[in-house]
Design a protein around this ligand. Structure first.
Ligand code: SF4
Ligand code: SF4
Length: 222
């Protein structure tokens, strides 16, 4: 899932302080699961902004709404009635959600309430970690199902850098060395021979280096 983290309240207030009527929109998918931008977080943010406004003798009315997904235009259109009543929108969705809302409501300022962090998983209550960097050409079959791009701090493709100690990364000793994990997993699978196959330099054009990416499935078009 996409993992995000709410921006500091002061930063959000700085974005919206000139407005008197705001819509704060949550997203019911990834950012609800990572407890950053669901219905509950919308309520907390809306109340906090109104409280700041009250303390500063400013007039602010905040409308709250959470939709199933902010990254689908049809679902974002469900906000039409609320959007007509406000001067601006704060999205608690990921960056794709913010931009979908901005596209649908072109006449309204749309502000990001979250920092979109990474594609990852929950590790334990309150802890999420990265698993995929969306490189666009998956090589997990070669590395025992553990991503060397997202989980090695140097994104090395052909083995460790040699700096790990006790299975921890030399860049950040609080995280496991991605290549130690790959080695251990391949050993468990009886596939250590895969480490002898040199991966060629990766074609990064499928990553961000090739510009904005797009998938066009002509077979699915109506
Ligand atoms: S190899 Fe690429 S697509 Fe596969 S998990 Fe890693 S970053 Fe994601
Ligand atoms: S210690 Fe391991 S995870 Fe860290 S940079 Fe080196 S190979 Fe990558």
């Amino acid at each position: 899932m996409i993992v995000g983290e709410r921006k500091p309240l002061a930063e959000i207030w700085q974005m919206v302080s000139q407005h008197q009527r705001l819509l704060v929109v949550g997203c019911g998918t990834c950012v609800t699961v990572c407890l950053a931008g669901g219905e509950k977080e919308v309520g907390i943010l809306a109340s906090s902004l109104e409280l700041i406004a009250l303390r500063q003798n400013q007039n602010l009315k905040v409308v709250e709404k959470t939709i199933i997904r902010q990254c689908e235009k049809e679902m974002v259109r469900e906000l039409e009635a609320e959007a007509r009543e406000v001067e601006a929108i704060v999205s608690l969705g990921c960056g794709a959600g913010v931009q979908t809302i901005a596209e649908i409501f072109a006449g309204l300022p749309v502000y990001p309430g979250l920092n979109t962090s990474f594609i990852g998983i929950p590790e334990e209550q309150g802890v999420w970690s990265e698993r995929c960097a969306a490189c666009g050409n998956c090589i997990l079959d070669r590395t025992g199902g553990i991503c060397p791009i997202a989980r090695c701090s140097k994104s090395l493709l052909n083995g460790p850098c040699g700096g790990s100690q006790n299975g921890k990364c030399e860049i950040d000793p609080t995280i496991d060395c991605g290549w130690q994990l790959i080695y251990d997993r391949l050993k468990t699978l009886g596939q250590l021979n895969k480490l002898e196959e040199i991966l060629p330099p990766k074609d990064w054009s499928t990553n961000r280096d090739g510009g904005p990416r797009r998938i066009d499935r002509g077979d699915l078009r109506l």
